[in-house]
Design a protein around this ligand. Structure first.
Ligand SMILES: Nc1ncnc2c1ncn2[C@@H]1O[C@H](COP(=O)(O)OP(=O)(O)O)[C@@H](O)[C@H]1O
Ligand SMILES: [Mg+2]
Length: 443
């Protein structure tokens, strides 16, 4: 590649000339990434395609400049740029040297490598730059590979990871310019907030989708990009139709039990293909699986998993009938919020629990060695029977894990039931989400 070509490709992503991007700031990530940069470690940013990783990087780049770092000291390379296809480690050197030659940065330097996993053996290059203290390095990718095999073995213990997900509920409202007003512990205008929650469940929360009118078109494009670019092309899949059917199946059945054996029959694929494809989908943040809680790994594997999407809008875009299934979407949103919580408590694990065929609790949150929280999602508890069933299952699980409190997340219901010295609290989803994010104080 010629030097002027390289410079031309780099230009729009960097701050050497021209305006920085602005967008809406997402404090949870923005602040954390800035904190990470003060540490002497490589930073990785991972998360679903289009969840906003590049944007956050570029906002932090602009912030560095605002705090006195010369624009010439920052290099951003976006490997998703089609002109950068088929690069290798040597090309990384070439890009880096061209940048150094033409911008002659002095003092502390920063290198941001966006969708870096597209370059084979990138981790060796990053390691060298890091060890020689040539620059602070931030890498991003829509693929967990970044964290495991390739990176893990080369840079063990030497990286901080920021996991970016589509917008949380409070970020979603910020993107809609809505500020939650509260007086003491009570929120004003709950009707508006509940209206936003419906839309949040229906359209999901990819930043671009939230800001745009043509939501469905964008989501269908995301679906195709994940399918073709992230999975089929990257993993060289030949059974394209089978993979597509599987991905569609997962998105159309959020918060449902799946077993690889029955899917193999249903989709006419081998068990091995289903397992492999599911692994790929998980790796590129297209689907996530929750296992049955057991102290025995064998038991976990033997039981069905539950599948969740990284965005509920994607489910609706590919044909999930949400009108009579708000409960499934709500459960999926609770799952995603628990994933967000994982950022602060990385050792936390998410399971579901059951004792008999029908007695089930949606989420058993494990922290360290024990289950510390049990959450049931039940959208409509108005029927007495439903209410009794859900409460009974929860109490049963609470007894097993020796917990005095359990939570049932609902659409509207807010109340508390006492049984012996145990409490079951019913909390509306919107309120739980805002509490989780610290927008509302505890009850
Ligand atoms: N903070 C933000 N403010 C405004 N728009 C955003 C923001 N984050 C993402 N977007 C929108 O979403 C799109 C995808 O975000 P991007 O950062 O490119 O995702 P990723 O790098 O995770 O694939 C952007 O092109 C932009 O339209
Ligand atoms: Mg990006």
């Amino acid at each position: 590649m010629r030097k002027d070509e390289i410079l031309q490709i780099l230009q729009p992503w960097n701050l050497w000339q021209g305006e920085p991007i602005r967008g809406v700031v997402r404090p949870a990530y923005f602040t954390r990434l800035k904190q990470f940069l003060r540490d002497n470690q490589v930073v990785t940013i991972t998360g679903p395609r289009r969840s906003g990783k590049s944007y956050i990087m570029r906002q932090v780049m602009a912030d560095l400049v605002n705090h006195g770092v010369p624009p010439a000291n920052i290099l951003m390379v976006n490997f998703e740029d089609s002109r950068f296809e088929n690069l290798d480690v040597q090309s990384l050197d070439q890009i880096h040297e061209t940048y150094l030659e033409f911008h002659a940065p002095k003092g502390e330097k920063y290198i941001f490598l966006d969708e870096v996993h597209l370059v084979p053996k990138w981790e060796k290059w990053v390691r060298r730059v890091h060890e020689l203290k040539l620059a602070k390095v931030v890498v991003s990718g829509s693929n967990t590979e970044l964290l495991s095999r390739e990176f893990g073995t080369v840079l063990t213990g030497r990286h901080l990871d920021l996991k970016v997900l589509p917008l949380s509920f409070s970020e979603y409202m910020a993107f809609n310019n809505y500020v939650v007003q509260s007086r003491g512990n009570s929120v004003l205008d709950t009707v508006t907030i509940k209206g936003y929650l419906r839309k949040y469940l229906e359209h999901g929360s990819f930043p671009e989708v939230v800001l745009s009118e043509s939501k469905k078109e964008i989501l269908l494009n995301y679906f195709d990009d994940i399918l073709y670019k992230d999975v089929i092309r990257r993993f060289k899949i030949r059974k394209e139709e089978g993979l597509k059917a599987l991905f569609k199946y997962y998105l159309s059945n959020p918060s449902s039990h799946v077993t690889f054996t029955s899917l193999a029959k249903f989709l006419n694929l081998s068990h091995d293909s289903i397992e492999r494809f599911s692994g790929y989908l998980e790796q590129v943040f297209a689907a996530s699986f929750v296992k049955y809680f057991s102290y025995k790994v064998g038991e976990q594997e033997k039981n069905a998993r539950k599948v969740y999407a990284y965005d509920t809008g994607l489910c609706n875009a590919v044909g999930f009938r949400f009108s009579d299934n708000w409960g499934k979407l709500a459960e999926n949103v609770v799952f995603l919020e628990l994933k967000r919580r994982q950022q602060n408590t990385p050792q936390m694990e998410i399971y579901y629990w059951k004792c008999d065929r029908d007695k089930e609790v949606d989420f058993a949150v494990k922290d360290g060695l024990s289950v510390v929280e049990l959450i049931q999602v039940c959208w409509d508890v108005s029927a007495l029977k439903t209410r009794e069933r859900e409460t009974k299952n929860l109490l049963k699980a609470m007894a097993q894990f020796d917990l005095k409190e359990g939570l049932i997340i609902t659409d509207d219901e807010e109340t508390e039931l006492k049984s012996g010295d145990c409490f079951v609290r019913f909390v509306p989803l919107w309120k739980w989400l805002l509490r989780e994010e610290g927008v509302l104080g505890p009850s």
